[in-house]
Design a protein around this ligand. Structure first.
Ligand code: CA
Length: 576
């Protein structure tokens, strides 16, 4: 047995409550190293009686197997150790090491399931269908508020382009979003800012007049709420825009400005080329970095977070580059936001390993860029095959509590990436598969506006084209596919909140399969990312419960038993 590879700690993602009396424990071992793992557990204060439970192999990544078990004790107070068997050797694994006969009091301890530690992201956000709109490019509902130099809607955008999109436009086109089955609308920033993306904010307390005003904003949120759609705003608390009042005051008054300490400025005179003050990404002179350790800055920004929930009744925040802001700021941010709206959602934009931010004290979940990258590589670019793809998904999945995974924004593209269809060189079958994966896999699928009608575009600014309107220009077949998947999500709640296990990941056939299941239902999703027809035998090991005698394809209605055949670049969602 490879003991150095074995890992457990009695907190974080390795031990967390999933019920008032139920603790989920996870053990990591070297891939393929052991045959079985059993947990021996008892009440923390009374070693007898001791219970045993076999652990389930929950996931496998490139290097490791992850075993899980849910342990229930009425006393909510646990001590436990693992019994590992590789067919030749056996050992106990405890907090103090490996033993054949563990000494007393060497077990791991999870002292108590305190009710408030049974934390989860808002339930409405778990598995919800999200739609991201780049506000300047969705629809122009009011030409009178257009910027002066507004361009033709369909002309390819540059970094400077203004197209005239606004809040009225979104309101007018709400039917498109409703028909798609969207449950959460996520808008890129809409506050006063000179740019088209508005990530350099001039005034956090006002809607950019080119998008509308407070009344338009309220009208949009109300209309969304009336149709069961939640609304997420986007803001940057890491940096402001050059025109932000505090930075302007510093430019004018230098060290005498009461806002001097809001920024990190080397000296006067203040220069912009290169900037002699800290900025976003070290070189954006028009995005001065805010010093969130300064109490005045904190109060100002936290006031912003509260203001828009109070004034517009928004349902949460998506936070731009939050990993360059201190953790303490986000802890305070969460407290203040949740005090006003307990079920508000907080999503961070993180592209990398993010577990530190989703422990219940900062964000509810993050944008799932590791998912995006894995899907892009497997389906978009064909640079990895199904086995590696599954390993990469498993790594992300095992990195968070399940409830966090359910709220992760699973995306296949955003305003910061090339569009999936372009990455896949226009192959619509690939896009159908990627969308199908996103809509059936564990998480909250996030559709980037226009993907559903076949929009294309290289990375920023090309991925921010004006939305395609009119049934002639929109790919209707693709749109129907998205709608069909959204309907299935509503019909089968197991697709939103069920457990998720990879059951098939074949590097040769390039077929990937996973199940979504709960106590009532089990669905099996199979995807064939190859140019050949593939037949998959529906053996017992593909199903979490008993293998069904007959299965029905929810996409076509066709029934089969024993095996299922997939045409090239197609998928199936089988109900047992
Ligand atoms: Ca306009």
């Amino acid at each position: 047995m490879d003991k150095p590879a074995m890992y457990h700690q009695a907190h974080g993602k390795y031990a967390y409550p999933v019920g008032a009396e139920t603790l989920r424990v996870m053990l990591r071992v070297k891939k393929g190293d052991v045959h079985s793992v059993t947990v021996v557990y008892s009440d923390r204060y009374q070693a007898e009686p001791a219970y045993t439970q076999t652990m389930e192999l929950a996931a496998q990544d490139e290097l490791f197997d992850y075993y899980q078990a849910d342990l229930t004790l009425k006393t909510k107070s646990f001590r436990y150790m693992f019994w590992l068997d590789d067919g030749v050797d056996q050992t106990f694994m405890t907090e103090k090491g490996f033993f054949s006969d563990p000494p007393d009091n060497t077990e791991y301890q999870y002292p108590y399931i305190a009710p408030r530690d049974l934390w989860e992201p808002p339930q409405w956000a778990q598995g919800a269908l999200v739609y991201e709109i780049f506000a300047e490019r969705f629809a122009n509902g009011d030409p009178t508020n257009d910027p002066e130099d507004v361009e033709d809607w369909e002309k390819l955008p540059t970094t400077e382009s203004m197209k005239g999109g606004d809040l009225k436009g979104i309101l007018e086109k709400l039917d498109h979003i409703v028909d798609l089955g969207v449950e959460v609308l996520y808008l890129t920033p809409i506050f006063v800012s000179p740019s088209n993306h508005k990530y350099n904010i001039t005034d956090y307390y006002h809607i950019d007049p080119q998008f509308g005003d407070l009344a338009d904003c309220r009208a949009l949120v109300e209309a969304c709420h009336a149709r069961g759609i939640r609304v997420m705003f986007d803001a940057v608390f890491n940096h402001c825009g050059y025109e932000f009042f505090a930075f302007q005051d510093v430019l004018k008054n230098g060290r005498q400005s009461p806002h001097w300490d809001w920024f990190a400025i080397e000296d006067t005179p203040i220069t912009t080329d290169p900037p002699n003050y800290l900025t976003f990404a070290n070189n954006f002179w028009n995005m001065p970095k805010l010093m969130t350790q300064n109490p005045e800055v904190r109060q100002y920004l936290l006031g912003v977070a509260e203001y828009w929930i109070r004034e517009c009744d928004i349902d949460g925040w998506r936070l731009d580059v939050p990993n360059e802001v201190d953790h303490e700021f986000w802890r305070e941010f969460r407290q203040r936001v949740k005090k006003i709206k307990p079920d508000a959602l907080i999503i961070g934009e993180l592209w990398h390993e993010a577990s530190e931010w989703v422990q219940g004290d900062q964000f509810d979940a993050v944008m799932n860029y590791p998912f995006f990258e894995a899907v892009t590589d497997w389906l978009g670019k064909d640079t990895i095959r199904a086995a590696s793809f599954a390993e990469r998904l498993a790594k992300v999945q095992m990195n968070h509590r399940q409830v966090v995974n359910l709220a992760m924004y699973n995306l296949i593209g955003s305003h910061d990436t090339a569009r999936f269809l372009t990455v896949a060189q226009g192959n619509r079958k690939k896009l159908r598969l990627a969308a199908g994966l996103m809509m059936t896999y564990e998480g909250a699928p996030m559709i980037y506006y226009g993907d559903e009608v076949g929009m294309e575009g290289e990375n920023d600014p090309d991925c921010r084209r004006g939305m395609l309107w009119g049934s002639q220009k929109q790919d209707q077949e693709l749109l129907q596919w998205y709608k069909k998947l959204a309907v299935l999500r509503r019909q089968y709640p197991v697709l939103k909140t069920g457990h998720c296990r990879t059951v098939w990941a074949d590097g040769i056939s390039n077929v990937f399969g996973f199940t979504r299941f709960d106590e009532q239902q089990q669905l099996l999703v199979l995807m064939n990312n190859s140019a050949q027809q593939r037949t998959v035998k529906l053996t017992d090991k593909l199903w979490p419960q008993d293998a069904p005698k007959q299965v029905r394809d929810l996409l076509t209605g066709a029934t089969s038993n024993g095996s299922v055949t997939l045409e090239p670049l197609t998928m199936t969602i089988l109900q047992g």
